[in-house]
Design a protein around this ligand. Structure first.
Ligand SMILES: NC(=O)c1ccc[n+]([C@@H]2O[C@H](COP(=O)([O-])OP(=O)(O)OC[C@H]3O[C@@H](n4cnc5c(N)ncnc54)[C@H](O)[C@@H]3O)[C@@H](O)[C@H]2O)c1
Ligand SMILES: [Zn+2]
Length: 379
C-alpha cells in the first residue's frame, strides 16, 4: 500500500493481487474406493496428504449432490466414504435451473452450518451439472467469507465448461446468473464415466460448448467434431479403449475432443479469471442466449441449445459481413445439425437480439465487443 498526503487529508491505496491455485484432475473410476482423488485430490501429492490422513481427527465431508445424480450414484458415493471411514453428510437437492436461486444457496448454507465444517480442512463437495456446481460454489464463497469447495461435474457441459473456470452464481431478478462470485474451486475432478447415464440431448448440450471453442480457436477440434461428432454423441463420449483394448498410439476421439476443449478454454480463462478484459472468445454464443434462455417457458431450452442458436445466428452474421465464405457457413451449420443442436428458434427475433445487445452494452464500459468467426477455428 502507499500513502498520499494532500490538503484534504491522507489517502491510503491498497494494491493486493490475489493468487488462486486450483487443480483440474481428469481421472477414471472416481468412485472406486482404491482412488483417493475425491478425498485428497485437492491437496496435491506430498507431505500434506500424509499429515491429513494420519491426523487423529476423523475425516468429514459435506457433499451436495443433484437429486437425479443421487438416485443413480448415491449408493456408490455412500460406499466410497464408508470404505474410507469418512463421516459424510450427503445432501441431495433438486438443483434445477428454476431452483437456481438465493433460496437454494441459503438452504445449502443452513445445512452446512448445522453439520459444522472445519473450513481449513474440509472442502464442500458439489456433485452434479452446472446448476449444482454454480450454486454450491456461490454458497461456499459466502460461507465464512470463503470456504474451499470441490467440483465433480456429471454432465458433459459442466465437465468442459463450468468446471474449468472460476465463476459461481444463481439467477436473480429475472436475470441469468445475476448474482455470483469469481471464486474457483480448490479442485475439479473430471470423470467422464458419469456421461453414460446422461440423456442424448444432454450430450448434444455439452457438445455445443465444445463446438464454441472449436469455432473460435481450434481448426483441429472443428474437423474432429465435423467428422466424428455424431459418433461421439452416440458413444456418449466414452473412450473406446475400455471396450476394444486398442493401443493408445492414436488418441481416442472422445479423449482428444474433451482434452482440447478444456485446454483451449483454460488458455482463454486463466489469464483473465476475473474477466477484466472484455475481448473474450469464450463469450461467443453468449450474447443473445442469456435472454433467450430466461425468456423460455417450458419446454425450456437447455444452455447449450440456446448457445448454439446464438452461434448459428452469428455465423450467418459473419457470412453477411464477409468474414466467412458460404462454404464455411454451410459446413458449420451442417456440423451443428450433426450434433443434433437447434440452429434456429422462433423466439430469437431481431427485437430480442437488439435487446440483448443493449443489455450487453450497458455492462461493457460503452464499447460493445462481440467475437465473430473469421474462418473454421479462427475468430
Ligand atoms: N460457471 C460457469 O462457468 C458455467 C459455464 C457453463 C454453464 N454454467 C451453468 O450451468 C448450468 C447448466 O449446466 P448443465 O447443462 O450441467 O445443467 P443441469 O445442472 O441442469 O443438469 C442437466 C440435467 O442432467 C441431470 N444429470 C446430471 N448429471 C447426470 C448424470 N450423470 N446422469 C443423468 N442425469 C444427470 C440433472 O439432474 C439435470 O436434470 C446453467 O445454469 C449455466 O448457467 C456455468
Ligand atoms: Zn456457456
Amino acid at each position: 500500500s502507499y500513502e498520499n498526503r494532500s490538503q484534504q487529508g491522507v489517502t491510503w491505496t491498497v494494491v493486493s493481487p490475489i493468487i488462486f491455485t486450483y487443480r483440474i484432475i481428469q481421472c477414471r473410476d472416481l468412485l472406486d474406493p482404491g482412488n483417493d482423488a475425491l478425498l485428497w485430490g485437492h491437496v496435491g501429492d506430498g507431505a500434506l496428504t500424509g499429515a491429513a490422513r494420519n491426523g487423529s481427527k476423523p475425516v468429514r465431508r459435506f457433499v451436495v449432490i443433484d437429486e437425479t445424480v443421487h438416485r443413480l450414484y448415491g449408493p456408490r458415493f455412500a460406499r466410497y466414504f464408508e470404505a474410507w471411514g469418512v463421516e459424510a453428510k450427503i445432501l441431495p437437492l433438486a438443483t434445477t435451473e428454476e431452483n437456481k436461486s438465493l433460496e437454494l444457496v441459503a438452504k445449502i448454507l443452513e445445512e452446512v452450518h448445522e453439520f459444522g465444517i472445519d473450513r481449513r480442512a474440509e472442502p464442500i463437495i458439489a456433485v452434479g451439472g452446472g446448476v449444482c456446481l454454480d450454486t454450491v460454489g456461490l454458497a461456499a464463497s459466502l460461507y465464512r467469507r470463503r470456504t474451499p469447495y470441490i467440483r465433480v461435474p456429471t454432465t458433459l457441459l459442466a465437465y468442459v465448461d463450468a468446471s474449468v473456470g472460476a465463476k459461481t452464481g444463481v439467477n436473480f431478478a429475472g436475470g441469468k446468473n445475476k448474482l455470483g462470485s469469481y471464486v474457483p474451486p480448490v479442485a475439479s475432478l473430471l470423470d467422464c464415466s458419469f456421461f453414460q447415464t446422461l440423456p442424448r440431448r444432454q450430450i448434444s448440450n455439452g457438445l455445443a460448448e465444445m463446438l464454441k471453442m472449436a469455432l473460435m480457436k481450434h481448426p483441429g477440434l472443428f474437423r474432429l467434431l465435423e467428422a466424428d461428432g455424431r459418433k461421439l454423441l452416440c458413444a456418449k463420449l466414452q473412450p473406446c479403449d475400455a471396450i476394444s483394448g486398442s493401443s493408445s498410439e492414436q488418441e481416442d476421439g472422445a479423449v482428444a475432443s474433451t482434452r482440447i476443449a478444456i485446454e483451449t478454454m483454460l488458455e482463454e480463462l486463466a489469464p483473465n479469471l476475473w474477466e477484466d478484459d472484455l475481448d473474450r472468445l469464450v463469450d461467443f454464443g453468449h450474447l443473445v442466449s442469456p435472454e433467450l434462455e430466461m425468456q423460455r417457458v417450458l419446454p425450456a431450452l437447455l444452455h447449450g441449445e440456446a448457445v448454439n442458436i446464438d452461434m448459428a445466428f452469428m455465423v450467418y452474421l459473419a457470412h453477411q459481413k464477409g468474414l466467412l465464405t458460404g462454404d464455411e457457413k454451410e459446413r458449420i451449420i451442417r456440423c451443428m445439425r450433426g450434433l443434433e443442436l437447434p440452429v434456429w428458434h422462433r423466439d430469437c427475433t431481431l427485437d430480442l437480439v437488439r435487446q440483448s445487445l443493449q443489455e450487453r452494452l450497458k455492462h461493457s464500459a460503452g464499447s460493445l465487443r462481440m467475437p465473430l468467426p473469421t474462418g473454421l477455428g479462427r475468430a
